[in-house]
Write a protein that binds this ligand. Sequence first.
Ligand code: NAD
Ligand code: WQD
Length: 324
Amino acid sequence: MSILVTGGTGYIGSHTVVELINNKYKDIIIMDNLCNSSEGVIDKIEKITGVRCKFYNADIRDEKALDKIFSENKIEAVIHFAGLKAVGESVKKPLEYYDNNVGGTIKLLQAMKKHECKKIVFSSSATVYGDPGTPKYVEEMGRGIASSPYGETKAVIEGILESLYKAEPDWIISILRYFNPIGAHKSGLLGEDPKGIPNNLMPYIQKVAIGELKEVSVYGDDYDTKDGTGERDYIHVVDLANGHVKALEKLNKPGIYIHNLGTGNSYSVLEIIKAFERVNNVKVNYKIAPRRPGDLSKFYADPTKAKKELGWEATNRHRRYGER
Ligand code: NAD
Ligand code: WQD
């Protein structure tokens, strides 16, 4: 039996494939249209794990391709990462985001149903909480109004999965709400390398550190936080990847399950910059800039439910040898 990983050559998907192989899941099929990643990732995964994954260069909106993948393989479960994720771009191109993320997910679910594969783990996001008025996000709070079309696509997909489960209660549906994923594989082979100017803090810091960009704009230093800069729950991508392995393992009864994947701690923008400088022994130039519209001052996960039900918690121990 195989696991299909959509978006498996992407940032979180590739790390998850490595962790699946490191556990008992050796038969992995990756499907990706390479719109934000490259096929070379398959070689890198093989270098790290010794396992060559079967790869389909295909779009999740392509019914024929999905039919071929499900016909050629006995797929037991799907981990669904494929999607567009740039918040700013989604404001300018909402139709593309709904078409790709929502439309693509519907096609995928239809193919799964047709081929009687009814177990899915879905990449959701803390953004679906909207602005609940408290920084600690607990699953029971439900969804709020997301601050971007990107965020709305995640909320809509969660709603579709809920409706599907109500209509067909033999599905096993795991919704994982990620907080702020950062970091890379300790081999140095996998990591986040966005095309163009990054939106997210960590890749921006990296590009400043290597001299590709001049300085980080710290968006606001007048928030009601520990040092006035925004606070987030940054989670290492390998910890996040392991959350998916646990979801596959532990969720074996039909149901719809929602879990936060975060550390339960928040760090400020300046703390992140300072930690990056200390660990890498480099200078990261920054300037204080105006607040970024739509940003919240502070939020972090309550990770209790994932610990209790999945036996998962973030360890933050994925450093290279010699790092402090
Ligand atoms: P990523 O862009 O690195 O990976 C997504 C992959 O999906 C890419 O390889 C891309 O080529 C592929 N893809 C996109 N549309 C596709 C389509 N129609 N058909 C086939 N492949 C397609 O992004 P990531 O950071 O690894 O994110 C993975 C998932 O997690 C996404 O759904 C994202 O929305 C979600 N997520 C990410 C974050 C984050 O901050 N990185 C936070 C919360 C949720
Ligand atoms: C983090 C902090 C910024 C860049 C976004 C999405 C969310 C999720 C994760 C997918 C904030 C500050 C940032 C910079 C800065 N993605 N910052 N200068 O906004 O928490 O979440 O990515 O689901 O949906 O909205 O992440 O990395 O953009 O920002 O000062 O150049 O860093 O203000 O406090 P965010 P981020």
